[in-house]
Design a binder for this molecule. Sequence first.
Ligand SMILES: [Ca+2]
Ligand SMILES: [Ca+2]
Ligand SMILES: [Ca+2]
Length: 518
Amino acid sequence: MKFAKKATAAMLSALLAFAPLGGNTAGHREAPITALDHKADITDVYAFRSYAAGDTDKVTLIMSVDPLAEPGNGPNWWPFDQDILYEIKVDNNNDAVEDIVFQFRFTTEQRLPNLFQVMAGIGPDGKVAPANSPPPVAPGTLIVPPRITTFDSPGLGQRQSYTVTMIKGGVTTVLSSGAPRYALPNNVGPRTIDYIGLFDQAVYSLANGVKVFAGTADDAFWIDLGAAFDTFNLRSSVAPGALTPSQDAAAENFASDTVSGYAVNSIAIEVPIAMLTRTGQIEPATSTAATIGVWATTSRARTTVRRSPLPAVSSGAFNQIQRMGNPLINELLIGTGFKDRFSMDQPKNDKQFANFFLDPTLARVLNALTDGAIAIPAPPRNDLLPLVTYAAPIAAAGTPAGPVADLLRLNTGVAPTAPASASRLGLLGGDGAGYPNGRRLFDDVTDISLRAVAGVLAGPPFSTSPLNSRLGDGVNVNDVPYREAFPYLGNGPSGRDRRHIDPGEPGCTAGAGAPCPL
Ligand SMILES: [Ca+2]
Ligand SMILES: [Ca+2]
Ligand SMILES: [Ca+2]
């Protein structure tokens, strides 16, 4: 806590790097409080220049919550929590204090109060009571509603709508005025719901070129979580934790994706770049006004009163439960005794966590587990500063560094990379539009972060080591394809038919035909 500022920044960076190694999902159940408050647990934050044709002058911001949501977990599945204030925040003047805030609040209706599950449906017409239906229910009475195909379908018993509000320059603007916007529910299964059809209906265009989406979707993160947190006990296919050159280049997996077949609740908003920069216009990458800092928070009301058998009521000011900027910072770098403080405090105060960033324990763990084969830089780890300050190669030369703060920094002047030529390794793979310049859904933040923690940003000999420079968990790609346009998220797995691709099961190298290694 008494490190000089520079040292602090370095520590934070290191910490950041660690986080990816830990690789829960980027932040699944990473702090004691959020491990107990599933709904307020932010799993991942994404910020990137939209890459769909016609949208490249916009930025897509995504926050995901509700880690490892099992899509078969009826009868209530995974609604958003109407008691939580969900926020995505943007700093555009380098002080790690928000200048623009997007707020999301949800309202829940129960439209089928007499049914035992919150969604149901079958066929185009539903099912009626048959001729031998016992009284008092007459034959022909509708018993099961039709398959859910719209947000007005009667089988959508639990229906959630939401509001989107922007706070900018002290002015609060409701972006979602007019017709209600509905959240996409869990993909219960093919009999019950036309999930893909409803997904398209859940993408809304608002005023000023803004689009929004909220709902239960594929968890866009992927990782061999089980191996990573078994004290970095990676599979033999990638032992001792480094990929071969051909593995590194392959868009396939050499270990099982622990998160496969799980859903997550995501909130996505696409905003014109000109609404985010402090100059109100698109800045070139060389501009000191081009780089923004992004993070997300969840907050709950200060006071909740239990009134059984009536519902609890909450009141008072909102208090922050969790925040996230970079992936895996809290998860992999912050000591367990400090994680809750980190979750609830503000990014501008992150210098208090400097001791975790300057000399990341994760780097020392890698060094020790490999009996020194993975050599690591000596602290202070100033090589990690670009992750926790406004610094090159993300921010343009001359950009004020600002305080050490866990923000996801995005240079909005860097043109998006076409998906076909993008690298999962982002900046480390020579793709300047990827993490840690912002974060796209397909950026392999686990591998990137492991390599950064191992010192590849510090240059040789770390950047040239075949171990340090090819660290990875063996999971290179997501289990489902991403959309090619906003909100870019993949389809949530079907509760009836989802498959978690486990060790020993098909789904790894060479596609679905080869088993994942044990
Ligand atoms: Ca600011
Ligand atoms: Ca996934
Ligand atoms: Ca990986």
